[in-house]
Design a protein around this ligand. Structure first.
Ligand SMILES: [Zn+2]
Length: 328
């Protein structure tokens, strides 16, 4: 179901030299022209600032200092974004802004979707309405992007509620992946086994946030318990050589967001980001945006910074770019 052959002939090889040159010339404009994936993007805070400003008159200021914690991030979002996306019409604005951002950044594969609780809150418990909304915006703003529809779960929500809310989603064939996010320490990962078994039966790509706030073992545990294909962040795995090799052996992909990790105080310096160590131990990593509206770095900007800060050379970044485009 919904599993396109995404070998992306247009994104591979054809763009190799162009990408290498764009990096060496430090040309953000040229990096933006190269196809790339964004597989870790929370659409609600993934929107384009200019687009939002144009539509609402609201100018969301850039983040000027590190936030250091999720609480600090929530506070910043409360102060600077507020209820801008609260309500069905405003929720649509957020989806539009996200596709606009991806389009301007040259993202060619975008994995985003709605949180299961939102179906009742914004779409009148009508799953078809929710699905149609995303497809309509995709078609109107950036039909050239391969949109992979994700089902989202907030880890702090009661498991019984999540199990009920996800049912209408699992009855549909249009979803590509599932992700578990928000407070990583809210409840044990084992609570989500039942949901992930069902998602697996439905053929979804299984992802979950782990190892952003938790330790290396929590990454392995999440992969084992939920049978994950991909981990969102997973950077704590770099603390254990054994677990890095285990991830590499099992071909588990980590969808990493370097700037987010620095701005939330999970990594001391961009230059020292563990994505390098993970890569050197054979772990398959990709580069993504997380919440561009907060952290201010697009996927193209992440690639440029990883080069400028000498975390990777252009050839390595080309390999990483292809990891994002090649799978599934
Ligand atoms: Zn995230």
């Amino acid at each position: 179901m919904n599993r396109r052959n995404s070998n992306h002939p247009n994104g591979i090889n054809q763009y190799r030299e162009q990408f290498l040159t764009a990096l060496r010339q430090r040309s953000l404009a040229d990096i933006k022209k190269i196809p790339k994936a964004d597989l870790h993007n929370h659409f609600l805070l993934g929107g384009n600032r200019e687009y939002i400003n144009e539509k609402t008159g609201v100018a969301i200021p850039p983040l000027r200092k590190k936030l250091e914690s999720m609480e600090a991030m929530h506070q910043w979002v409360g102060e600077n974004v507020g209820d801008l996306f609260d309500g069905e019409e405003k929720r649509i604005l957020a989806i539009e802004a996200c596709f606009q951002q991806a389009k301007e950044d040259g993202v060619s594969v975008l994995d985003i979707g709605e949180d299961v609780w939102a179906n009742g809150y914004y779409y009148q418990k009508d799953i078809d309405r929710l699905i149609e909304t995303f497809h309509r915006v995709h078609k109107n703003i950036a039909p050239e992007i391969e949109f992979r529809f994700q089902i989202g779960l907030s880890r702090h929500c009661k498991i019984e509620l999540l199990e009920a809310w996800i049912e209408p989603f699992l009855e549909k064939d249009c979803f590509h992946s599932i992700d578990l996010y928000s407070d990583e320490l809210a409840q044990p990962i084992t609570n989500f086994k039942k949901i992930y078994r069902k998602a697996k039966e439905r053929g979804l790509i299984l992802k979950a946030h782990a190892g952003e706030w938790g330790d290396a073992n929590s990454v392995k545990q999440a992969v084992e318990e939920l049978e994950l294909n991909e981990v969102q962040h997973g950077i704590a795995a770099a603390d254990s050589v054994k677990i890095m090799y285990w991830l590499a052996d099992n071909n588990i992909q980590l969808n990493v967001c370097p700037t987010s990790n620095v701005m939330l105080g999970r990594v001391e310096k961009f230059k020292k980001h563990p994505i390098r160590r993970l890569y050197d131990h054979g772990v398959r990593v990709t580069v993504n945006s997380d919440d561009v509206l907060v952290f201010g770095q697009s996927v193209s900007e992440e690639y440029l910074k990883l080069y400028q800060e000498k975390v990777f050379n252009p050839e390595e970044l080309e390999i990483i770019r292809n990891y994002g485009l090649q799978r599934f």
